[in-house]
Design a protein around this ligand. Structure first.
Ligand SMILES: [Zn+2]
Length: 284
């Protein structure tokens, strides 16, 4: 009896084996089908994402174009209007109207509005700064404990014009280039009148301890390291970082800082980005 049962069991198991194989084959086929359909969906998804990105890009371009159109209409001088056309064509961010005072963008593509009303208060010795940020400036200078001192704060358009023209003359004398070309070169070091944050009253040039003039050598000082670690806590950013001239329009300036408020400053400094990149990303 036992032997017969064993035989029957063996026969059953032998009979089951082809069935198991069939089931395995079926499972493999189903798995392949599932994988293929997943792959098809994934490729379809990529296509959709790509077209969505394309739409977003084109709509962003459209909005930039419309913004620059409105800019063209509001800007008073022909020169500024021409600059604005160039800027949108070259892809520079044009800030929409109504920006918060501390995030106001001023650069070659975003000139100071002719009706911008600075809110100025005296810092020391006739130097003026924005009244809403002067306490932060004082706190930063105080915390630096002698490592930095204020060299330049608010500048009038007239003073900026004088500084710019001096730079243009210097470039023309040094290179022999005609005025228009010399102006382009000069603008990477001294902002054109109306395109400097010093005209806003929110920018500050610091003289570093041990130096009597502004210098790129500041980069290799302990003061610079301290500033990189601490300026954001007081709401200030390094406005013209190294290798960002294509974005800011200005070459590296380890002495020039801009007040933007603590929240924006912390993000900009920790991510090592520019104000332009931050504002464009946030849509401010
Ligand atoms: Zn400056």
């Amino acid at each position: 009896m036992r032997k017969e049962n064993q035989d029957i069991n063996q026969k059953k198991s032998r009979r089951l084996k082809p069935g198991v194989r069939l089931m395995l084959a079926a499972i493999i086929i189903i798995l392949i089908l599932v994988l293929v359909s997943l792959a098809v969906r994934m490729f379809g998804g990529v296509d959709m994402t790509a077209s969505e990105v394309g739409d977003a890009t084109s709509s962003a371009q459209t909005s930039t174009a419309s913004e620059s159109t409105s800019n063209l209409q509001t800007q008073s001088t022909k020169t500024q209007a021409q600059d604005s056309t160039t800027s949108s064509a070259s892809g520079h961010y044009v800030q929409p109207a109504g920006a918060k005072w501390n995030l106001k963008l001023v650069n070659p593509w975003n000139p100071v509005d002719s009706d911008y009303a600075q809110s100025l208060v005296t810092y020391a010795g006739g130097n003026k700064f924005d009244s809403r940020a002067i306490d932060k400036l004082k706190a930063l200078v105080s915390a630096a404990n002698g490592k930095i001192r204020v060299a330049s704060l608010y500048r009038t358009i007239e003073l900026q014009t004088k500084l710019f023209n001096n730079k243009v003359s210097q470039v023309m004398a040094n290179t022999g280039k005609p005025r228009v070309e010399a102006e382009t070169i000069a603008a990477t070091e001294v902002a054109r009148p109306g395109t400097s944050e010093h005209n806003l009253g929110l920018a500050v040039d610091f003289l570093f301890e041990g130096y009597s003039s502004l210098s790129e050598k500041f980069e290799n000082t302990a003061t610079y390291t301290w500033m990189m670690q601490n300026c954001a806590e007081y709401g200030f950013i390094l406005r013209f970082p190294k290798n960002k001239q294509a974005v800011t329009g200005v070459s590296f300036e380890p002495w020039h800082y801009r007040y933007v408020g603590q929240e924006a400053a912390r993000e900009i400094m920790s991510r090592r980005i520019t104000l332009e990149e931050y504002l464009e990303e946030k849509g401010h």
